[in-house]
Design a protein around this ligand. Sequence first.
Ligand code: ADP
Length: 547
Amino acid sequence: MVFGRWQKVLKLAVSQNENEQFIQELKTYRRILVLAGTVYLLWWFAVKLSLPQAYNPFLSRSLVVAIIFAFLGWTYVAAWAQNNIRLLVFASVWLITAHFYYLFYENGGDSNWIVGTYITVIAINLCFVHTPSLLAYSIFVAFLSSAVVVLIPSLRDSIFLPGLLTILLQANISLRTRQGIIKNLMESNERFQLLFHSTFDGILVHENGRILNVNESMTKISGFARHELIGKSVLDILDPSVHTSVSAKFSLDDIPPYQTKGLTKDGKIIEVEVRAKPFIYDRRPAKLVTVQDMRDRKKAEEEKIKSLTLAENIRVRDEFISIASHELKTPISSLRLQTQMLEKDLRRNVNLAGGAEEVEEAVQLFKRQIDRLTELVDSMLDVSRISAGRFIIEWDEVDLVKLSRQAIDLLSTQNSSTGAPPILLHAPTELKMQGDHRRLEQVLENLLSNAIKYGAGKQITVKIGSSSEEILIEVLDQGIGIEAHAIHKIFERFERAVSSRNISGLGLGLYITRQIVEAHGGHLSVESEPGRGSNFRVHFKKSQAAK
Ligand code: ADP
């Protein structure tokens, strides 16, 4: 009704719910009552000092002040007074005005009292922000002024009444401007409140560690209610282990974001990221702190990784299905074609004895295609065994040199028709280690068959040696090499650095090779340059060597 919501508007971060708003307003109006009563009493001294002869009885002034303070006291004992405190403030300013006019009248319209009336009316007018209450007050003052003019004839010839009416008119006109300013302030405050409370980050304002305000997210992060946090020390919501480091930052202005440990109401320690900067709050130098719950961020990151991994897995799987179908189809088509041809020959009742050579050729082709199919299916089975954790190593004593020779012989025979130079072997007479014979054979065959496949028909060399720390097997070729960006991928499942159209393959060989080597406690590495060849290295720890 009176004084509007000035105080509330100007408070940067006001109450959040109805109840807190009510308490805030009650406090503000109580302050106004105290101010009005005190000023009216102090004015008595001012008048006594400057106008000692004036009629200014202490008793009646004290009575007015006492009534105002009684109103104030009443708000502490009665709910009605609390709920209608605006009315009590309104009644108080009317009472002060009426009493002032009484003194004015008793002083016979003295010019000093005319000035005093102007000051009183202007001061009170400035506090009104609602049109009806200002209008009612203006009519009341106009009525009192007219009555004084009637009672004191000398005032009729003065400018008292026109002056006062001008003041009232001015106050009523300028109210619109004030209302506009208040509306803008309230709107911007509401926008601020909306942002303050709807942001996901926790926000906290503190002055030397004492919490002045918090937003809703902060209450969610900490588990404390807003009223529990306000007035508390920041340290109360931090893990004791970080108290010293955090309190050292209270007085600093330029603080880079840092991670620390928050303490929730139920005693849980949570990782939070904090950013703080100087901030003027309620005209006090404070700090504005944003608090991010790392659990949320971690969860979001995990979700993101999960969905990316899922998408990547789907992509890889689809690509694999397409490559695998293509790879399996090639030998099957060839087998079908050969079978059809044989069948045709049989139908025509061809003398098979005469075509023994032809049959022999067909059988060899069948064998090769069946071997290829078996190899592909074996690779897939190995991968599924690795994924299911059923990849078992059968330990035995293995001579790596003998194993390499066998692998070189096998692959050289298989590729005898290509015209490539023989594979060179640099190795001691024997080098024994503990391992799975069949699996290590697989490692050498995979690396060698890749060297043949991607080696552009050039010289291939296998080197076997050992140092004080490790046993090293190197397979070197001078073929197409690998682009730098693909090197880290080729040891993964289904990953290939070449197009499936150029050279066939499932992208499983190196993955299986890596798994076997790692199961033996070793690791694989590669050095390669496009167009200049590759050097695949198998490193085993010396401890793996057979004693
Ligand atoms: P695949 O040979 O069936 O594609 P691998 O897992 O054995 O599968 O090899 C993965 C990829 O690594 C190959 O597709 C190829 O791009 C690359 N690669 C492997 N060995 C060599 C090599 N000796 N020279 C060049 N590239 C190679």
